[in-house]
Ligand binder design. Structure first.
Ligand code: SF4
Length: 201
């Protein structure tokens, strides 16, 4: 790429650049909404993200190493946030009985209450999407899935739990299929974060 997507002369000639800039605007909206939510709870944005993640994901994923990969941060940064969450009694440590050096995190009642409320921080982004036609939503979902998949392959986005990176996923004659669910997946059913995801080796 010779020219920046943010160069207005280029941007207004290239749809790809305009899409990049539009995504950047949306990422700013997420950042601002998360920031507002974190201020209300007197926590940092990453601390809020950790609470929401723990609220919706299984125990084996709620470990410092996994969280570091999930949020593209170092283990030390995640550990610092976890220390604050422990001190505020929002999470507890569950030590692994097989490997006592390892532990997973779970929410306390207080932590669950904050996580539940905070998990709606992006609702105002979902609202305008609801007004799109089904066809527009499918095009948008597929475009985003393809983009995330490519960014994952190039190492820019780390952990992914989407259909395209799952060992249960098959594409045959243009039909998406889940071997685990033993069912075809319509374009609007492809998952971004699946609890049954198994990474392709
Ligand atoms: S297990 Fe989940 S991620 Fe994997 S193909 Fe089936 S629906 Fe998709």
């Amino acid at each position: 790429m010779k020219y920046s997507s943010f160069n207005l002369n280029v941007q207004n000639q290239k749809i790809e650049s305009r899409i990049v800039v539009a995504l950047e605007r949306i990422s700013e909206a997420f950042r601002a909404l998360l920031w507002n939510e974190s201020k209300e709870s007197s926590l940092s944005p990453i601390q809020i993200q950790i609470l929401i993640f723990i609220y919706f994901h299984s125990e084996e994923k709620c470990k410092v190493g996994y969280l570091a990969d999930e949020f593209n941060m170092t283990k030390a940064t995640i550990s610092d946030s976890v220390k604050v969450l422990l001190a505020k009694e929002l999470v507890t440590k569950e030590t692994d009985p097989i490997d006592t050096r390892s532990y997973s995190l779970s929410l306390t009642a207080k932590g669950k209450k904050i996580a539940k409320k905070a998990s709606f921080f992006a609702s105002s982004i979902e609202k305008p999407i609801e007004s799109l036609t089904e066809e527009q939503k499918v095009v948008m979902l597929n475009g985003l899935l393809k983009l995330i998949y490519d960014l994952n392959k190039s190492g820019i986005i780390t952990i992914q739990r989407m259909c395209f990176t799952c060992s249960n996923y098959q594409l045959e004659n243009g039909i998406h299929y889940c071997k685990l669910l033993k069912s075809p997946l319509a374009e609007n059913e492809l998952r971004v974060d699946c609890p049954e995801h198994e990474l392709q080796l």
